[in-house]
Design a protein around this ligand. Structure first.
Ligand SMILES: [Zn+2]
Length: 169
């Protein structure tokens, strides 16, 4: 595994242990060249999923993005991380076993709404209101984009040109 800091291939596993009800192996690694420490997770992936966005664009499904969206909805809510992880894993398993490797971002949103409904009322309402296109805090507009893996959001098209060079002599 290449070091994310210095790109060295000389990294070692320092510690390896199961997590999340034995569905994950968590490995702590250290880089022999720069001393950088990082953690990797090994998870079962039953199949590769492709998310179809509203715009029709396709992107590989990203579990971490899904997790971040869910975390945003659950911000400051008293829900144990284990339960959250279990819900996310449950959603991923449902997607993976749906028979089709193409999934609409809306279908993912629907599963998240259903999952949150059982987990926390506030988070459920937060997420559902965005999912159903009500106006909400800016966070949640971004949240849906994140969920569908939108990366083209390049706000500020016209960058002001910086002219730092001193021309006067
Ligand atoms: Zn390194």
């Amino acid at each position: 595994m290449r070091c994310p800091y210095c790109s060295s291939d000389d990294t070692q596993v320092k510690d390896s242990r199961p997590a999340e009800d034995n569905t994950v192996i968590r490995r702590r690694r250290v880089c022999g060249d720069c001393g950088g420490r990082f953690t990797t997770f090994e998870r079962v992936q039953l199949r590769d999923l492709i998310v179809i966005k509203k715009s029709g664009r396709r992107a590989p499904f990203d579990r971490d993005k899904l997790a971040r969206s869910v975390q945003t909805a659950l911000r400051k809510r008293p829900v144990e991380p284990e339960r959250i992880e279990r819900m996310i894993t449950g959603i991923v398993r449902q997607l993976e076993s749906s028979g089709d490797s193409d999934v609409a971002s809306e279908a993912i949103g629907h599963l998240v709404v259903e999952g949150l409904r059982g987990l926390d009322d506030v988070a459920y309402v937060r997420f559902a209101s965005v999912y159903r296109n009500f106006r909400e805090a800016k966070d949640f507009e971004e949240l849906l984009d994140e969920l569908s893996g939108e990366e083209e959001a390049e706000a500020g098209a016209g960058k002001p040109t910086k002219e730092k060079g001193d021309r006067e002599q």
